[in-house]
Ligand binder design. Sequence first.
Ligand SMILES: Nc1ncnc2c1ncn2[C@@H]1O[C@H](COP(=O)(O)OP(=O)(O)OP(=O)(O)O)[C@@H](O)[C@H]1O
Length: 894
Amino acid sequence: MTDDAGLHSVNLDGVIVDVEEPRTITTQHGESELAELSVRREEDSDPVTVTLWGKWAETGEYVEAGMDIVVTDAKRNDYDGEEGYATTGDSYVIVEPSFLVNVTDIRSWVQCPRMYYLNKISAIPLNYPVVKGTIVHEVFGDLLRGRDLDDAIEDRIEEVGLELGLLGRDAEGVREDVRGNAAAIDGWLSQGTLTDEDQWRSEQLLISRRFGIKGRADAIRRGMPVELKTGKNTRRDPRFQDKIQAAAYALLLREKGVPADTGTLLYTKNTTLDRSEATGDLSPAKEFSIGKGLCDYVVRERNRLAAMEHGMSVPTGYEADANCESCFEQDTCMVVSGRLNQESKAGQIGRAVPEEEREYFERFYEWLEEERRETHREYAKLWEQAPEERSDDDRALIGLEPTERRELPGGRWELHADRTGTAVSKLREGDVVLASDGDPIEGHSELARIERLDPDRVVVTADEPVSFTRLDVYPSELGVDRMLTALHDTVLKGSQRRKDVLFGRTDPAFGTTDETFIDNNAAQNEAVEKAVTAEDLSLIHGPPGTGKTYTIARAIRAMVDRGERVLLSAFTNRAVDNALEALREQGYEDAVRVGTKSGVREDMQDLRLESRGDPEERAAELEEAQVVAATTATCGSRELREQEFDVALVDEASQLTEPNTLAAINRADRFVLVGDHHQLPPVVRSENGLSTSLFERMHDEHPEASVLLTRQYRMAQRIQAFASREFYDGQLRPATAEIAGRTISDLDGVDVDLLSEPLRKRVTLFDVPGDDGHHTDADEAERVGGVVKEFLAAGVDPGRIAVIAPFRAQVAEIERRTPDDVAVDTVDRFQGSSKDVVLVSFVASGSLDGPIFEDYRRINVALTRAKRSLVLIGDAAALRTDERYARMVEWAEK
Ligand SMILES: Nc1ncnc2c1ncn2[C@@H]1O[C@H](COP(=O)(O)OP(=O)(O)OP(=O)(O)O)[C@@H](O)[C@H]1O
């Protein structure tokens, strides 16, 4: 639209290349502010001049070259033959639009930018006002969905039994409190002003690609946002920051074509005030109109926040007119400023932590914010990629056909859809996704959880009955938030001794014991010994199949016998449940599993802590448990953040980022990390130091605290030989002669004479010349299919076979040629598991690029899954171009 010479308005976007300070000029209409930016609209094109007028001129004060900018409804005004644009009265200026800012963050930013920062790093602790606020919000949603008030109150209080119990509250008192607040809602709803035509929606997720804002409005009534506040407000007008919040939702609604121009704030505490004592306007509902000026303000503040995050600077409170004396966060603000030596309008108290700790905090803060930024890029792909492209990229399931819907007790919905086509995706059961009518941004969408994902249908649960035809990956920022909190807790609240060890100022100390814990495996015994006697930390380095889980279970039992309280954690639910299973196998049944119903494995549900019910009973169950098991994410939850343990034992620690590990070990006096840094590293989106685990760092810095398990219980000698030599200095050995000599002829019902000669060997390589396919190799897939058929024909049970391929696309190719009960997946999905027969498809042709080759640790995992037979399928010549793979080919062809 560049040639629209001033006739039409244009939406201009590009990258800022130069900024001029805002200045004031006098025009025929009087004085006016303006700022000029130079913006490159497309790579290699000449920059154009963009003039920002009036209030938008302030943008020039804080933007920098390199930031993205959008100016909507700009008019063209070339000057001296040079292409130029200017804002109009309808324009919005948006800085870094792909950084999706939360509405609630804009609200706290408007209150005080430093409060926004403090909220971000320290998370809200478990406290009664927050829990009560949650209950009232849930009741509000229930009333909108037509539920009976008393039922809703009863149900929602019961739902948070655990939290109330931990806070020492009994249900009776809370009921009274909530009833008081809910009366405001109920009264207002039944005022008679509402008719059947009132269209109500509770909680709607809104994402704006134009303004770079996302959020969930409490409710929408006739297209207008309604926000619920559990506080009081006796003035006629809503509080300013509350208006900002409602205005932000209005802005998001307008983008969807809903002309929202009024906002309502409901201050529920107003109804509980005594009329004879309180003065002012006691009506709970306060309406206000939302004009362009307010919307502009929302966008301008959002821009400041986005620009500050782009520069990764830390707000001081001077950016806004923060009134520190009347701020209830003043003390916290001063302490954080003092400890981290940050400039702050509130001032500082206390002594700063040592320089190295501050640097550590700042380094990780930056890495975590980079991670957040990558998460935001993932959101932007929701609209940058076409549905088919997202589907090809494994980010969405499309072409679904809605079938049944069923209302669940408590007002949620269970929604079914049929799957058409054979598309693959990253989505898994338990994932939170965006369920939409086909267009997750402009159309109708809701957050949903995948309950079941079968080849022909999918079942989700959601708050609203969306008729969905598409499910999208919806990345959560919760992970980043929890990591920041863990970082904060370690640096600002961690004990001196813990920090001395983490920062290399002290060597870890160990006590002694004469006890023998495991009598058939010296390394495992030593690992338990170290774990039990460690005063600070110990590490268990367990290569594939060396009995890590078994050793963990033994160590926990020993700790329990010594009267210690133990936190058992791991990155995935699967690993937590595996460790619990091993613990049960060793006869210990008293652990408590904390996690959601859908996250915890069926056979561990009986150990799961129910959070619903009588507060006192629920809290006692957690507080009295000697062993508590939860994922590291859950360790950062409000409930577990209040719990203390003698020792934290973390499995899969080499797959955890350092801050994720901190989330678990912050809860305990000492810790044991279990892992193997020669297998897969932490999965992160950004490229920085986050991908080095605390396990690996401690292993390097304190080798004396680590014990290497050397005897493996999985692979035949022939299969383990390469990995042992290549990755473990030749130290890995089969634990017994039986294991060393494993072969598929040991399996019941298998007739090896039915196999072709090469497949009778424990390790085989099939040289299949590459077909130059990008992410697939049909010839290889064909060969894999043939080999699988041969194994099946020889009597191998399909459940004993697995196929590993480097790309999802190749996985799909292979799935098409193998029966459903043969597991086919990428390496990352196979870490921690094993099968009798494993096939690896390399998809290598010409050069070795692709995820499996990028990182030797993937190859290590791929080659160490098989117990009895390992079949490699790939282009041998291509593989030989790399030294490591050349050695692999030589070994496999032996
Ligand atoms: N000391 C031991 N004596 C007898 N059996 C053992 C011993 N240690 C481990 N095992 C057995 O070896 C098998 C593998 O152990 P485990 O599952 O603990 O391995 P892991 O190291 O956790 O495996 P992965 O590498 O898959 O994480 C299990 O069947 C376990 O019971």
